[in-house]
Design a protein around this ligand. Structure first.
Ligand code: GAL
Ligand code: ZN
Length: 670
């Protein structure tokens, strides 16, 4: 079976979504010529072409696509050929309205947009398989096709009666009996006990809060149902083509699907990334998402979609400067992407995305954006040796979709303690220091990590507890953030002093969650502990903890407020387990995390001795990406001579960057 490595023998991939069905033959020719000029090597074709490939049931019009593929091939451009199943044609919706999804109020949605499919519709699935079969058979031997692309951003949640039936089947396979479901969810609360399968529905809108056991399992079910759609199309492709790899594009930290449970079935992990140029935190958030993708892939992944400039789906769409576009692309590569593709090649004059940027804007080739696109093509060619290289990470951040889902149900102590903001807050200091980080499953083998961070891991099932305790027993170091290890695998609160599964190792435990009133609380180093952490502030969250015995070392205490003098940060005496029962200000959080790195002897793999503020550094294999986010020039020190890979010059002890500039260095041979 093929993999990304088969596609990147010639270097990094470059290109975008290409929607030739929107254009005339004359334009196709111009497109291929301009793609060649821009250094494009791979385009995704066919994502939204169902209505053109099959204008009516079982009548297929495929010749136009033959022509497109031939033209691309003649131009030396490879194709990621998509199944068009993300947007069924209007005739299918009218022929069988049950192919359409239903919302949480039980109302069926209409066609006229895209992603209007119910994952449980047998008609939808059958028609999706048929069009997939037609496409696979027609173009299996086409020399342009190097990758198959199933659907697009699979992610539709549906609450229809068919999904309800499928959900009950899913529950039956998981739990066996209705009694076991009652037991797992704890349905004695609010008189929700079920006495037959038929009584269980999707979590449709109800007068008040839904049962968190039901909603969690419905999310798990939906993720599995969508994976089943992927699998069913992949099976059709595989039967026709056992060789070429198959992908489907992810959406980063997307809440609708547990990508980790999908990753093993996807030959090329690919992601769509749209960092907001107006958000100062976007670069570090994008880097974290890239690290998630690399971790899901266990190596290089593909940036399937990004924007060359503005998107059109935010309220206010700030464009990317040329420098910003280059930064975003190079960052993805530095975090393991083996290619950069954009949505889309040529800007659409019609449709909802008529104001979305493209590689070739409405204004044509003689434009800032298109020149930047050509330049990026040249840069990526010059960086071809980066393809296939590794990112070395000694730090793992634990992240789990079930935990995310369960933590963000309503009616928790505070809706201000959110999973992604916590993850991002803990990641940011590591990103600022240019430290390699993997984003991993709490069930994963953690032996290779010197430090494991769990910024917010609310739900932790018994296997994951055993895994983490095993990691600690073998000398690992685990830092748990607030409100972690609270619930078991069924989202049932673990009873006892928290963090219940680790309190014995900590020799301390908590008894009350304490969201802070206005003004928050101070944080001060404990008198007997190391004072290097300094003082700080907690605005939002606290917990009431108690130390039990000499096994616990208190490093920070609350100052002022209701918990004055109580522990806020505790670790086990051996330094293995750390429990932070609050959300400190960014500066204190940074001091603490950098202190943990120092204790564990973890340093960056790059050779930038002190990364200046406002400078981003990322290391991939022997390559170092340096980005200057400052509005002014900056000198970045180097501890050893480096070659500037793009400019082909040597920098001995520092490198100079213009405002917004990014460079890629490689350690010079002695
Ligand atoms: C993605 C989608 C593309 C395009 C893009 C615009 O979510 O896959 O088809 O809509 O967003 O940013
Ligand atoms: Zn449905």
């Amino acid at each position: 079976m093929g993999s990304l490595a088969d596609l990147t023998r010639g270097g990094l991939l470059y290109g975008g979504d290409y929607n030739p069905e929107q254009w005339s033959r004359e334009i196709w020719r111009q497109d291929v010529a301009a793609m060649r000029e821009a250094g494009v090597t791979l385009v995704t074709v066919g994502v939204f072409s169902w209505a053109l490939l099959e204008p009516e049931r079982d009548r297929f019009e495929l010749a136009w696509m033959d022509e497109v593929l031939d033209l691309l091939h003649a131009g030396g451009i490879a194709v990621d050929l998509a199944t068009p199943t993300a947007s069924p044609p209007p005739w299918l919706a009218l022929e069988d309205p049950e192919t359409l999804p239903t919302d949480a109020s039980g109302h069926r949605l209409h066609h006229g947009s895209r992603t209007h499919y119910c994952p449980s519709s047998s008609t939808y699935r059958e028609r999706a398989q048929i069009i997939t079969q037609v496409i696979a058979e027609r173009w299996v031997s086409h020399p342009a096709v190097v990758l198959w692309h199933v659907n697009n951003e699979l992610g539709t949640t549906c609450w229809c009666p068919r999904c309800g039936r499928a959900f009950r089947g899913w529950l039956e396979r998981r739990y066996g009996t209705v009694e076991a479901v009652n037991e797992a969810w704890g349905t004695t609360v609010w008189s929700q006990r079920y006495t037959s399968w038929e009584q269980i529905s999707p979590p449709l809108r109800a007068p008040y809060l839904l049962h968190p056991g039901l909603t969690l399992d419905y999310r798990r079910f939906t993720s599995d149902a969508l994976r089943e759609l992927y699998r069913s199309e992949r099976a059709v492709i595989r039967a026709v083509d056992p060789a070429r790899p198959v992908t489907t594009n992810f959406m980063g930290f997307f809440a609708g699907v547990d990508y980790r449970s999908w990753a093993g079935e996807i030959d090329v992990i690919s992601d769509d990334s749209y960092p907001d140029p107006a958000d100062p935190d976007a670069p570090s958030q994008a880097a974290l998402t890239h690290d998630l993708m690399r971790s899901l892939a266990g190596g290089p992944w593909l940036l399937m979609e990004q924007a060359t400039s503005a998107v059109s789906w935010r309220g206010h769409n700030v464009p990317k400067t040329t420098a910003r576009m280059r930064q975003d692309a190079l960052r993805a590569v530095a975090h393991g992407a083996d290619g950069v593709l954009s949505f889309q090649w040529r800007a659409s004059p019609t449709g909802p995305e008529r104001f979305h940027s493209a590689m070739l804007p409405h204004a044509g080739t003689d434009t800032r954006v298109h020149r930047a696109v050509q330049e990026l093509g040249r840069d990526l060619r010059a960086l071809s040796a980066m393809a296939g290289t590794d990112v070395h990470a000694e730090v793992a951040i634990l992240f789990d979709w079930s935990s995310w889902w369960a933590a963000e149900e309503p009616a928790v102590p505070s809706d201000r303690l959110r999973v992604l903001p916590q993850l991002r807050a803990w990641y940011r200091p590591l990103w600022e220091a240019g430290i390699g980080v993997d984003v991993v499953d709490p069930h994963a083998d953690l032996a290779r990590y010197r430090l494991v961070l769990a910024p917010q891991l609310y739900l932790l099932d018994d296997e994951a507890v055993t895994n983490l305790r095993g990691y600690l027993a073998r000398g690992g170091c685990l830092a748990l953030g607030p409100f972690s290890a609270v619930a078991d695998g069924n989202a049932r609160v673990r009873t006892g002093g928290f963090p219940v599964p680790f309190a014995d190792l900590l020799d301390a435990s908590g008894e009350e969650w304490w969201p802070l009133p206005e003004g928050g609380a101070g944080l001060v180093p404990d008198a007997v502990g190391p004072t290097s952490l300094g003082t700080g502030h907690a605005e939002t969250w606290a917990e009431r903890l108690r130390l039990h015995g000499p096994g616990a070392v208190c490093e920070l205490r609350f100052e002022g407020g209701d918990l004055d003098g109580e522990p806020a940060l505790v670790r086990s005496r051996d330094g293995g387990l750390h429990y932070l029962a609050t959300m400190p200000d960014a500066a204190l959080l940074k001091r603490w995390l950098l202190g943990l790195l120092a204790r564990r002897g973890i340093g960056p793999a790059h050779r930038v001795p002190a990364v200046p503020d406002g400078v981003e550094v990322a290391q991939r294999g022997p390559f170092t990406l340096v980005i200057n986010h400052r509005p002014t020039e900056v000198d970045v020190p180097l501890s050893t001579p480096h070659l500037d890979v793009l400019e082909d010059v040597e920098h001995v002890d520092h490198v100079h960057l213009s405002p917004g500039g990014s460079i890629v260095l490689r350690k010079a041979l002695p």
